[in-house]
Design a binder for this molecule. Sequence first.
Ligand SMILES: [Fe+2]
Length: 364
Amino acid sequence: MFRVPTRVLINPGCRFQIPEILASIGAKRCLLLTDQGVRSTEWFAGVQSLCGPHDLDDSIQPNPKHRNVDRLGAQALTGKYDAVIGVGGGSVLDAAKAVAMLATNEGPIASFEGRNQFPNAALPFLAVPTTCGTGSEVTWVSVISVPEQNRKISVKGDGMFPAFAIVDAELIHTLPSGLIAATGMDAFTHAIEAVVGKPANPVSDALAFEAMSLLLQHLRLACEPEGPIESKEKVMLASTVAGMAFGNADVGAVHCLSESIGGLLDLPHGLLNTLLLKPVLAYQESYIDEPLGRVSQSLGIPRESFFDYLEAFIHSLPLPKWSSLNISPSDFELLAANSEMNGSNPSNRMEMRSSDYLSILQSL
Ligand SMILES: [Fe+2]
């Protein structure tokens, strides 16, 4: 089955349609959620002015924490709001999506871990991405950190799809190159994991191939300080398209490991995926040879040189190296065990046990 119930607006300047969207759903007061980085941009006040009467909260942190989501959820549960608007990267969108659900379902968020564990559909949620990787604006999933348990949880359900995705590439014009690179590669990881995983289907494949093709053509250019606006727009488009792909297939071992590391050590999700992508896929190579062949063919890259191509492409992006993350080998066992527990682990074609994740970590 393929499903994207979210209404998706994708064009530069589409944020100016926010007032008519709010009017169309009868929203009189909104909860507007963001983070301090986004709030400090020169354009944020302009977006805020489009949101009508609202309460603003900029407390969302990277790898959003369950306590913060629970606090905002309790605030939303009062019935004060008709909609939730999230303006930010994946952390803000995942947190805001969870808050919209907690506005109609009494928390805590951790009690809804898993799939369709909450009874009531969320408040209408408007997702306004400001990076080019998450795809959260078109998926039903929210990934939240539980630091006390050193892990991340996934909360997903039919009632959690955003009502509207407002994908306005003008909002990434001033995004730093390193963030474009890392979030763009998160999108690439979504696309390729959607194809090589067990739940892949022909529609998600078509979307994933298109997203990967756009990213290989445009991501490097989009990262250049004076890079063409058109390339940034194509990367943003690819991010949403890849979101539709993995939202209807799944992610796999790369995300299982990156979410495990992000949950324990609070490191950036996109960067982790970028640095883990080739080693994890190469580890699984004999199990994913057939879908990798189709990926190579669709991108016009010879299958035998696909990994070399991917490695060179990643190397050309303005990103730090694995060694700079300083991940301690004493954490490897816990990271590997948490990776196996990830809800997406069963989506791998190769059965991945903690010993497999441990081998990958030790090889890096
Ligand atoms: Fe991701």
